[in-house]
Design a protein around this ligand. Structure first.
Ligand code: ADP
Ligand code: MG
Length: 257
């Protein structure tokens, strides 16, 4: 694991006192693995992190991450702000991690289209490390083939709330014991579309079933982390935050880059 170098320029956010100092002007300075950084720069052609990535990535890759509420406008790069830290952590154990190691992260988006967009970002990031298996269940295909995919094993799952809750109820092999990260993306739209209750149900199921403190895969946080993303505070997002986050850091970024 590499340590970030020390510099304070342009910090957008108060550090928890134990966080390492970082140089947030480059992906490397954020503390991400070198091979992930070169993948992002050379294969995905992103030269510098956006403001929301500069603020969120260090917070999420700290050894003891807190829940995070990310409020930043559409187009500010929120997807990579949570995808990169998840991949970074899973890259710590390439020899031991397989698709059967467990479902480590669940990313929830309000619509199939948004979930598909997130999945395609995820897919292009995991090309750096083929041992990490992403999956998506959003309906629109036979539930049977979704079930089969889940049974084969997926490390990071993108889903819509209704479909995910459905699999919780009906896919026996869906094992939640390893879940470290739950990301609620597009929080305002999740609320607007009336998913509050479904999300509460999903979160309590994860809470009940995850046994994160019992396994010790190096590099992974030893507690569950919930990330809520939203462009606005409309439609009761604050309430969704109260319900889903505990002791959260609020990252609010006004600029797009
Ligand atoms: P949001 O979820 O905040 O609306 P997205 O994650 O969808 O934003 O990203 C918006 C656009 O910005 C996408 O086209 C994405 O490819 C691009 N993008 C993301 N990160 C960077 C970056 N570091 N540099 C340049 N463009 C980026
Ligand atoms: Mg987004």
């Amino acid at each position: 694991t590499e340590r970030a170098s020390a510099s304070e320029n342009g910090r957008k956010q108060e550090d928890p006192s134990n966080a390492p100092l970082i140089d947030d002007t480059s992906f490397k300075g954020l503390g991400l693995h070198t091979s992930l950084v070169s993948h992002v720069q050379e294969k995905m052609h992103y030269s510098h992190p956006t403001a929301v990535q500069r603020a969120a990535v260090p917070a999420l890759i700290s050894s003891n991450p807190q829940d995070l509420f990310i409020q930043a406008q559409t187009g500010s790069g929120k997807t990579l702000a949570y995808v990169l830290p998840i991949i970074h952590a899973l890259m710590d154990s390439p020899e031991t991690l397989t698709r059967e190691s467990g479902l480590f992260a669940i990313i929830i988006a309000p619509t199939r289209e948004l979930a598909s967009q997130i999945y395609s970002v995820l897919e292009s990031v995991v090309r750096c490390c083929h041992y990490i298996v992403p999956g998506i269940v959003i309906g629109g295909e036979k539930k049977k083939s979704e079930k089969a995919r889940l049974r084969k094993g997926v490390n990071i799952l993108v889903s819509t709330p209704g479909r995910l809750a459905d699999h919780f109820d009906n896919t026996e092999a869906l094992d939640l014991s390893a879940v470290r990260w739950v990301v609620l993306d597009e929080g305002d739209r999740l609320m607007e579309l009336g998913f509050e209750e479904t999300i509460t149900k999903i979160l309590s199921e994860v809470e009940e079933k995850s046994r994160v403190h019992l396994d010790s895969i190096s590099g992974l946080p030893n507690r569950r982390v919930t990330v809520l993303c939203s462009a606005t505070l409309k439609e009761g997002v604050e309430q969704l935050g109260k319900q889903s986050l505990s002791n959260a850091v609020h990252v609010k970024v006004d600029s797009r880059n």
